[in-house]
Write a protein of this length. Sequence first.
Length: 278
Amino acid sequence: MALVNDHLGSDGFLGVSALKLASSPFPLAEKETQTGVSINDNLRLTDQHIQDGLSCLKQLKQGAHHQHVSSEELERKRISRELHDGLGQLLTSMGLHIQRCLDGCDGQKSATQSQQRESLEAVSSMVKQAMSEVRSICSAIRPAILDDLGVIPAISWQCRQITKVCSDTQVVTDFDVDEESIPEDYKSVIYRIVQESLNNAIKYSKAKTITVSLLQAHDAIHLMVIDNGVGFDPSEIQGNLGMGLVGMRERAESVDGRIRIDTGIDQGVQIRASFPLQ
Ligand SMILES: Nc1ncnc2c1ncn2[C@@H]1O[C@H](COP(=O)(O)OP(=O)(O)OP(=O)(O)O)[C@@H](O)[C@H]1O
Ligand SMILES: [Mg+2]
């Protein structure tokens, strides 16, 4: 916008004053007008205005091009986050369920027949969800589960899935917010942050407990996902960040939310995000 305003004439429109001068009825000669300004001076001024106008138009055109490129870039980022957080998490969970069945088949672990059946049922339901995720992404819509269930039941569902498949990990939930008071655009951001936090926790943390809280306080919605696992040294992954943590930050910032990640070796991981309410 600054670009546009910088190039507006004093009358608020590009080059209008220049065109008024150019249509002066005086002949083209180096003679004084009634106001004491020579015609050539007027023409030079007019020419200057026209040059300014043309250069402004060029910049506006470039600006429009950049805007187009950057909105394409944003859309690409959005889709890659959707793929990563949505399908990535489902595939991780499916992998764990399938492994449980394989272990049972090989007799390596004592997964009973009914547990194996439960795992296969979970995989079958996740395949359906993955198909619906793909449809959502293709039609640029937020996760279908949010419309079907709402964000709180959707998070509860995710947590239950983990408890089923990671028998060593307890997932505790604490919700103290009304579904209706969460703005629609926050819901998908919150859901995706929880999804990636849980995904990371089950992949890396070896936590005994993961706590997911969603609360409303002090004119904001507060989300916390806390695990008591192995944690990590942030300085060690600096140059080696995956898409998960970066994506969480980008998602929170996309709705003016704030996110903070605290961790350390053997200190678990605490993810805290807050989203302002009007
Ligand atoms: N809850 C956690 N417990 C222990 N380590 C974690 C946890 N969350 C993240 N990490 C560490 O931080 C790294 C970066 O996480 P991030 O989610 O950004 O990437 P990733 O999971 O490796 O890859 P991607 O998310 O793209 O599949 C991980 O590789 C892991 O070493
Ligand atoms: Mg990750």
